[in-house]
Ligand binder design. Sequence first.
Ligand code: ADP
Length: 663
Amino acid sequence: MFKKILIANRGEIACRVAATARRLGIQTVAVYSEADANARHVMSCDEAVAIGPAAAKESYLNGARIIDAALATGAQAIHPGYGFLSENEAFAVACAKAGLVFIGPPASAIRAMGSKSAAKSLMEKAGVPLVPGYHGENQDADFLQKEADKIGYPVLLKASAGGGGKGMRIVESSADFKAALASCQREAINSFGDDRVLLEKYLQRPRHIEIQVFADSFGDCVSLFERDCSVQRRHQKVLEEAPAPGMTAERRQAMSDAAIAAAKAVSYVGAGTVEFIANQDGSFYFMEMNTRLQVEHPVTEMVTGTDLVAWQLQVAFGLPLPKKQHELTLHGHAIEARIYAENPEKGFLPSIGSLQYLRTPQAVHFETGASVRIDSGVREGDAISPFYDPMIAKLIVWGEDREQALSRMAQALAEFQVVGLATNVAFLSRLIQCGPFATADLDTGLIERYHDVLFPPVQPAPQAALALAVATLLHSESSTEPDPWAQTSGWRMNGQWQRGLQFSNDAGVAELSLQYLPEGVALRDGPETLSLQDARFDGAAVALRLNGKAVLGSVVREQEFFHVFHGGQHWPLRWRDPIAHAGEAEVEGGRLTAPMPGKIVALLVAAGAEVVQGTPLLIMEAMKMEHTINAPADGTVAELLYAVGDQVAEGAPLLSFSMTEAA
Ligand code: ADP
């Protein structure tokens, strides 16, 4: 087996590969950018080499630097993880030239599957079913529009070199085609340096089902069965599970056969995934083959009892597959949820900041048959920067059946607590518990279709959450004021002192009145008076009695916010501190600010333009995605403050805007 490998990646996958290598007694070398000097993945390895500035192009995508690092440290092989250089043919070739083993498929297989268009032509020849569409060389806009008209709308535009849902555009009608094409091409060239596109019929209510294949260099190729990745937002996977609900043995066999045929058509070696799009009736079409390990591989590991990274290392070393097809069986059900630093309420916009507080559910290593696994590349205190994918962790659960896996997921999500940036944890909780997911009525449009259920209006905080916040506030003031919780008897001679407290969230303001009593405090909430007693604190954990009943939770203070975690929910409550806000002026209106650091890619209006509410004004690119800034109301664009190509900081005013006065 290899003695030392270099891991050409960061974050959770780098940590994941390092863990398996350690188990197998293989030394590991990490690489890191300037932004990652203290990153968890660096600490997970035996050695580490700095490879350049934060921007991925200058570090994690710099193949030459990475190869130099491998040679300098005496590594024999390079594991590329996913993303970055994992599907880069030139990098695979360069590794071989340098005498290093690339832990992945042969360069020829990466090339063959690298372009979605070319891969489709190849699959067509191998007899694998394809979605109706156009995947030829002609990229003339008028020609493509005619092809789209022929296919019939809605049509899906995809970047040929695409991945990660980037560049994809649904086109509803011929009239919208050219604008969508331009936008798709712009994102494609930015993300992949290649603006070629292909067209597909946009299927209604499809499911995304993929087959994990594994091949060795002796010509053996097995299927580790399917994963259902239908639950997506912006064409990106959010939940993945194995096996696919409703899958029959015959269909599994047919999909596995097609996947193995696809792998064999390109003389595949290593871990690969063949993605299919399936109709509700079960018929399926080839979408693409990902020539690498997938983010969602843990669900397959859990139901097949394998370690796919160990398989990768063995196969790359020239050993045969650890198991034959007949030795592979499915056991139980696994679900993965991707926990992102993002704001589901704001169109899943990535959220940048630091993980000021991070508590995760108890995880036990999956090989011991554990039911909860967390793959993460960050720790409390780490930053989620604009440079890389905003994933915080993957939460993977296993159960004897889907129902058990689901309830374990619900519980684990309730224990996942983050303060410092927006996350999708609460959204994921609602998602896994919503009717269609719970009953496995799956398709790729589930999130959009159940928007109202998944995005309910914010509720006022329950009294228990308010009580936890109040107790924490009083405790934090105890250095300047007597701590009511540290007193054994009446602590204020004049016992009846009252104080008003305001806590707000998006549902409104809770106006409380606090009354100090010998035995604790009383909290008046409207007509109700609640007694608050026996508060105890242990780090962020708080226990108290509210009207005699035990209330447990955690409270984390972040400036004027009290983040209360109670009953599996997160209540960010803003405390209106009367002293801090004295004399504060009204916020200045009329400016539109950058939701995150990024680059201006298009200005859609000129200064002086009169627009109606919702008019797209400019497009920013941040974290490799385009974000359109729309007019907040009817009005006039007074001034544009940046030009195309300018880099803008988070919160920077982008343009000044004056609203039309109501008549
Ligand atoms: P990427 O490589 O960017 O992830 P894929 O081709 O794998 O792109 O497609 C990603 C997702 O987009 C699929 O999982 C599916 O939800 C949706 N999708 C792709 N092709 C179609 C299609 N023809 N009709 C409907 N949805 C599609």
